[in-house]
Write a protein that binds this ligand. Structure first.
Ligand code: IMP
Length: 484
């Protein structure tokens, strides 16, 4: 006899719509923060890139880390390689922007915004024909002002006396760091006031990075190598973490926190689970963060192969229930990361009504910085950006990755695939698309009247849509999209 039959169907993000709340006048985009706190690790963005060999390598971890998210380096990387990437990222030094995209004083705001969207840089220097620096167009400042987009950027730009300017073209990175102090940007000019280079505060801060481990032999050595390299979070990467193997690693890590230097300050995230019992188990065993999801990944065939898994939002609701109970009983708030099936800003918004952060694979796979090979229109390898059309992708449980540890196989003989291999469309560089999606997420917080994610999780109301409603509210309807 079956223990229980759950008749309520599992739900995913796209089935829900966010309701609005009163928006206060100061709840504007520049005042809304997407910062999140993962058991002491503070991120500017609530985004993690999946611990997948086709997604996260040095480039993705660096690009996402620079924007304020967190790359999770896959466990399939040899220990030495994984720790070396952590070390490279932690020692990444800011550089100057030597050749910034410049605009002229009479460029329209509309044109400047298009450049911001194309390049992802939200600050554009305004110069004259002789490259003399006149000011800085700040996209965030423009959003605060009520100015028509047809106006010239000269009417909204920040003047040179509103920022740190320095007249020493030979300024070193070290000197720039000191000069920047609390300032957000530094402009370096020559004696004739011509623009030489720029430096941004966020490039001075250390970039966060995480490393995945398994529960199999050698995990301690992996943890130690990564801690020594300066890693900011350890992630136990297993497809089903409701397991005593994971419990044992969590207990052993707790012991390491007292014996291994740095371990005390490095949180451990364990996953994945899909039930309240599974989440409660990990919390009780000492997980600082719990990761949720199974069978919802974009390349995942687990459901097809062994009919196991759960719709991601339903899994998240269950984990949140366990988190509330654990909080009441222990006083500890355990952040949740939802993993799998989040593919758009809309998905992120609904996920963030419950989760402290989202992990994504497919979403990041589309970008230049993804670890998968870049292919041209004939599916041939290319390193030349204009020719790139598609990016190779494969799941950790695919024949290509054969991540035996993640799926609990002790030998290759018992392995069967739980993931596909394929390609996704190439979407260029990460930064512009990410910035746009983060504006969408911030706007949704504003619609609810929230300036912070913690507030959003308290106040958001989401509503299930019927399939008929999804036809009407979910997308355009009754029109042919396009001109003429
Ligand atoms: P996505 O964001 O929907 O693409 O899901 C990414 C997540 O899918 C990863 O973070 C893993 O949890 C999961 N995943 C990665 N590889 C596989 C696989 O081969 N089979 C099943 N799930 C996978």
């Amino acid at each position: 006899m079956v223990k229980q039959i759950v008749r309520e169907p599992g739900r995913t993000f796209g089935e829900f719509s966010l309701l609005t709340g009163l928006t206060p006048t100061d709840c504007t985009l520049p005042n809304i923060s997407l910062a999140t706190d993962l058991a002491g690790l503070k991120l500017q963005l609530p985004l993690l890139s999946a611990a997948m060999t086709s997604v996260t390598g040095y480039e993705m971890a660096l690009a996402l880390g620079k924007e304020g998210g967190l790359g999770v380096l896959p466990v399939r990387l040899p220990i030495k390689e994984q720790a070396a990437i952590v070390e490279r990222i932690k020692s990444y030094e800011m550089g100057f922007v030597e050749d910034p995209v410049c605009i002229e004083r009479d460029t329209t705001i509309d044109d400047a915004v298009r450049l911001v969207e194309r390049h992802g840089h939200s600050k554009l220097p305004v110069t004259d024909r002789n490259n003399v620096f006149l000011g800085l167009f700040s996209f965030d400042r423009y959003l605060e002002l009520d100015v028509p987009p047809s106006d010239p950027v000269g009417s909204v730009m920040l003047a040179p006396d509103e920022m740190v300017c320095c007249h020493d073209p030979a300024l070193s990175v070290k000197q720039a760091k000191q000069l920047l102090g609390e300032g957000r940007y530094l402009v370096v000019l020559d004696k004739l006031e011509r623009l030489v280079k720029l430096a941004f505060r966020k490039d001075v801060e250390k970039i966060p990075v995480a490393a995945a481990i398994s529960t199999h032999k050698g995990w301690q050595a992996r943890v130690e190598a990564n801690l020594a390299a300066g890693v900011d979070m350890i992630v136990i990467d297993t497809s089903d973490a409701h397991s005593e193997f994971v419990g044992e690693v969590l207990n052993a890590y707790r012991a390491m926190k007292t014996s291994v230097p740095h371990a005390r300050d490095v949180p451990i995230c364990a996953g994945n689970v899909i039930t309240a019992d599974g989440a409660a188990y990990l919390m009780e065993q000492g997980a600082d963060i719990v990761k949720v999801g199974m069978s919802s990944g974009s390349i995942c065939t687990t459901q097809r192969q062994k009919a196991t898994g759960r719709a991601p939002l339903t899994a998240l609701i269950a984990a949140d229930r366990a988190r509330r109970a654990y909080h009441e009983q222990s006083g500890h708030y355990v952040p949740l990361v939802v993993d799998g099936g989040v593919g758009s800003a809309g998905d992120m918004i609904i996920a963030l009504t419950l989760a402290d952060a989202v992990m994504m694979g497919g979403y990041f796979n589309h970008f230049l910085e993804a670890a998968g090979e870049k292919l041209d229109e004939n599916m041939r390898l290319t390193g030349h950006e204009p020719e790139m059309r598609r990016v190779a992708t494969w799941g950790e449980g695919s024949a290509r990755a054969r991540n035996l540890d993640r799926y609990g196989h002790s030998t290759i003989k018992s392995f069967f695939t739980e993931g596909e291999e394929g390609t996704v469309e190439f979407h260029g560089r990460l930064k512009p698309r990410l910035k746009e999606d983060m504006r969408k997420v911030k706007t949704a917080l504003g619609n609810v009247g929230c300036r912070m994610l913690a507030e959003f999780r308290e106040r958001a109301v989401i509503e299930l849509m019927s399939s008929r409603t999804r036809d009407v509210v979910g997308d355009t309807h009754s029109i042919h999209v396009g001109k003429g």
